[in-house]
Structure formats: structure tokens, C-alpha cells
Design a protein around this ligand. Structure first.
Ligand code: URP
Ligand code: ZN
Ligand code: ZN
Length: 470
């Protein structure tokens, strides 16, 4: 099957030019002006932008937490992602008691309903000699990344010795350590104090997880990476000081890279002080407007490399159903922590929002260029996570994951527009200019305007190999 997309403006991470694109089956076959081909379909893209499908390096689908589960699974989350222009999503495997292989099998099973392409990171939440010896086997399974945590004492956290050894093993096997940077001990102490004093409202989630913990843990991770001679990727960067630490370390040649997420660019802890503050609860928390501004500088100045989502949605009121694909659904959510912020499921929706929100409020607002937009949302994650140029690139031979973007489309955004399976949207009522019009996954049209043409099970698991250090 051949599809010819004609006369669009191609935007890559480094160039902008007018061209046609010929798709043959699952791949981009040719790129050039005035292509002639006996195509089955022609799409006139005059006045439209052509982008590589988005690559979201950070999502939590069907994740059990706090006695409930994140409300998008590997079908609904993928569908929402596709409507926002994303065609590849990376999720985190929870390490169970039976080890890596079993844990990956569990995630593979859950992802059988995948609607877009996907891969996995492994949460490295235990470390001993046996686990250390098994880490290289992950690479054979196509899992090139280990997430470590400097917080969540007694649950997910590794001590610095374990993290340092994991960095060494990653270095020796072409793998990459991703780090969640907060100070677990400080959080434990402040949380216990707050609860003892009866401080239970959502704002205390932010006040018990101070930004300095994120800042020092980011520098600590960079320092350990340098001493291990290994690369490291800091996930969900949220504090301006983390950007400063990233800059400091990168200027000294440390192989440290950083990801932020839209919620840290647009919201502050003031949102947690609202009556519906639970909607904004995620870990790490939102900080201040000064932090928002420094994170934007981190993108403008290319100190940061990616924008992911950390999509981990919950219902705001999980006692009331919403209608999803014609059926009523309700899943316990943020109301579980009505009387105690420590019981509010941590996480929020964003997998569909990422690209449209960042386009209007990042590109059109003048913080980043269209090419930086493509770099942060697609090309850089594909490069860092070993998928480039199969993903994240508009070149012959790449997977035909293509977004036709209408730069003039006006949208009043919000929960009614979103396919994220939850009952609220953080960007309710925001005006957008620019939105995906058509989305192709490996040559197949899966989103056509408002119409969903994707299918459960069509997403492929992507075995990843060694990535690049940017
Ligand atoms: O609140 C969040 N982000 N939940 C997901 C877990 C994590 O640390 O990324
Ligand atoms: Zn995290
Ligand atoms: Zn996360």
C-alpha cells in the first residue's frame, strides 16, 4: 500500500522544508519535491506541517498504586496519546518478587492491547548480587533502561551504593540509568511531622517534598554518573535548581541528560492549595512560578533534552462514572485521600495534552522553535532510548509514524476534547492554536480528525538497543 502526502512543510529537529512524502507499507519510502508515484491514497498537506510521530519516554499505564490503578490502560492511554500526535510510548515495568523475566512478562501481557508502538523501562527497586547479575539479560529482552529512585523509602528507593553499582553495570552493557531525584529521608521526616500536626490537605504533599531535595539529588546523580563514567537521565525535572545542576554538570562534561513534563512548566504549588488541589498531586510536586520560568529556559537553551508526560492518571472523583467508548467506567481515584494527602494517588493525566499544549504555549508563545518542539517531543527521546532513526525521524527507511499538524486549528481544550480516561483535564478551557489533523502509525491512518481508526493490538513492542548520549 502506498500513500503520497503532498506539499506539506516538514519539520524535523534541525530543518524546515516543503516536500512530499511517499509511504510504502510501514515505511517512509521517499522524500522530495513533486514525487510521482502510483499511490493508493493521496493527501494534500498544503498549509499543513508534517512532523515525526511523538515519542513519549515516560508513562504509567495500568499501574497499581495506593489501592487503585492508573485509569488509562495500554489501549486507552495509547489511543489518547495518538490523538495528541504521539505514536510511541514507554512505560515502566514494576519489578515483582519473581524477577525481571516474570515482571516483563506481566507487562507484555497487559500491553497485548497496545494501539501504538511501545517499549519498557525497568524499575530497579531492589539491588543485590543476584539482581546485579541479571541486569544484562534485560538488554537481550530489548529493555535498555533502568529507573532508580532516591526517594520512596522502604518501597522503591535504592541506597547510593546500589545506584552507583547499577550505573557501573549499565555502563558495561550499553544501558542507561534513569533517575527519580528527591530526598527520601527528608520527605519521610517532614511527612511524619505534618501528619502528627494534623496537616492533611493536598498542599502538604508539596510542602513535605521540598525542591532542595530534588536539586541535591540531581547533582548527586550527576556526580555518581561521572564517577562511574556512565550516562544518566534525570526524569521529570521540576525545580529550577535542577536545571542549574544539569547545566553545571553538562558544562563539565558529565553525561547527564534531563526530561521535564508540561505540568512543571505550567503549574505551581498554588494549584495544590485550591479546593480541588488533589488534581495536581504528582511526585515530584509542582514548585513555583520561578521554577516554571527556569525550566522554560532549560528548554529554550537546550539544557534539557526531552519533554515527557509522566502520564499516570486517576479520576478526581472515582465514585462517579464517565462514559468511555460507550460504557460507563469508574475507578477509585483522588477521593481516596480526601482526609489525608498521603493517600491521594500520585499522578496526573497528560499523554494526549503534551504536544498540543507545548505547541501553543511553547512554540507559539515563543519559548521554543518548531524544530526544538520536534527534538524534545520525538527525535531526542528516540535517540536517547535507542530507537533512532526508526522512530523520531522523517527519513527514507524510518517507520512511517507521521503527524499532519494543522497549525491554524483552533481548539477550546479540556476533558470533553480529551481521550484520556479520566474525569478531568489540567488544561480545562485553554485555547489552542494548532492540533494534529491526521496521525499515521507505520503507514496506517489511526487518527483522522475526530475519528479513531486505530485498533487494539496493532501496537508493536519495540526492542531497543544502545542509545545516544545527547
Ligand atoms: O506522581 C507520579 N509521577 N507518579 C508516577 C511515579 C513516578 O515517580 O514517576
Ligand atoms: Zn518518578
Ligand atoms: Zn513516572
Amino acid at each position: 500500500m502506498k500513500t503520497l502526502i503532498q506539499n506539506g512543510t516538514l519539520i524535523t529537529a534541525s530543518e524546515t522544508f516543503t516536500s512530499d512524502i511517499l509511504i510504502e507499507d510501514e515505511k517512509i519510502a521517499r522524500i522530495g519535491l513533486n514525487l510521482e508515484a502510483d499511490s493508493d491514497h493521496r493527501v494534500d498537506a498544503t498549509g499543513k506541517l508534517i512532523l515525526p510521530g511523538g515519542v513519549d519516554p515516560h508513562a504509567h499505564l495500568d499501574l497499581q498504586m495506593f489501592g487503585t490503578v492508573s485509569s488509562d490502560d495500554h489501549y486507552t492511554g495509547h489511543k489518547a496519546a495518538a490523538f495528541g500526535g504521539t505514536t510511541t510510548v514507554m512505560d515502566f515495568v514494576v519489578l515483582d518478587e519473581k524477577g525481571f523475566e516474570h515482571s516483563v512478562d506481566v507487562w507484555m501481557k497487559m500491553a497485548e492491547k497496545a494501539a501504538i508502538d511501545y517499549s519498557f523501562h525497568m524499575n530497579l527497586t531492589r539491588f543485590d548480587e543476584k539482581i546485579a547479575g541479571k541486569i544484562p539479560s534485560l538488554m537481550k529482552m530489548g529493555i535498555q533502561t533502568l529507573k532508580v529512585f532516591t526517594a520512596y523509602n522502604g518501597r522503591l528507593r535504592l541506597d547510593d551504593g546500589g545506584i552507583f553499582k547499577a550505573l557501573q553495570i549499565a555502563r558495561d552493557n550499553g544501558m542507561l540509568v534513569m533517575a527519580h531525584c528527591e530526598n527520601g529521608d527528608v520527605i519521610e521526616t517532614l511527612t511524619a511531622e505534618a501528619l502528627a500536626e494534623g496537616r492533611t490537605s493536598p498542599i502538604w504533599h508539596a510542602l513535605t517534598r521540598p525542591a532542595w531535595g530534588a536539586v541535591e539529588a540531581t547533582l548527586r546523580m550527576a556526580a555518581m554518573a561521572e564517577q562511574a563514567d556512565a550516562p544518566v537521565y534525570i526524569v521529570h525535572m521540576n525545580a529550577g535548581g535542577e536545571v542549574d545542576m544539569l547545566k553545571y554538570a553538562r558544562e563539565r562534561g558529565v553525561k547527564v541528560m534531563g526530561e521535564t513534563c508540561p505540568q512543571y512548566l505550567f503549574f505551581s504549588m498554588d494549584h495544590l492549595a485550591r479546593p480541588d488541589g488533589a488534581k495536581w498531586i504528582c511526585s515530584p510536586p509542582m514548585r513555583t512560578e520561578t521554577d516554571n520560568a527556569r525550566l522554560w529556559e532549560g528548554l529554550t537553551q537546550n539544557i534539557l533534552q526531552t519533554v515527557g508526560t509522566d502520564h499516570c492518571p486517576f479520576f478526581y472523583n472515582g465514585t462517579q462514572p464517565i462514559v468511555y467508548e460507550g460504557s460507563e467506567v469508574f475507578i477509585p481515584g483522588k477521593e481516596l485521600g480526601r482526609d489525608d494527602f498521603t493517600k491521594i494517588p500520585n499522578g496526573l493525566p497528560g499523554i494526549q495534552d503534551r504536544m498540543p499544549i507545548l505547541w501553543t504555549y511553547g512554540v507559539k508563545a515563543g519559548y521554543i522553535t518548531p524544530n526544538q518542539f520536534v527534538a524534545f517531543t520525538s527525535t531526542n527521546p528516540a535517540k536517547i532510548f535507542g530507537l533512532y532513526p526508526r522512530k523520531g525521524a522523517l527519513v527514507p527507511g524510518a517507520d512511517a509514524d507521521i503527524v499532519i499538524w494543522d497549525p491554524e486549528k483552533q481548539v477550546k481544550y479540556g476533558v470533553a476534547h480529551s481521550h484520556q480516561r479520566t474525569d478531568y483535564n489540567l488544561y480545562e478551557g485553554w485555547d489552542l492554536t494548532g492540533y494534529p489533523e491526521k496521525v499515521f502509525l507505520r503507514g496506517r491512518l489511526i487518527v483522522d480528525g475526530d475519528e479513531w481508526k486505530g485498533r487494539r493490538g496493532d501496537g508493536k513492542f519495540l526492542k531497543r538497543s544502545e542509545g545516544m548520549v545527547l
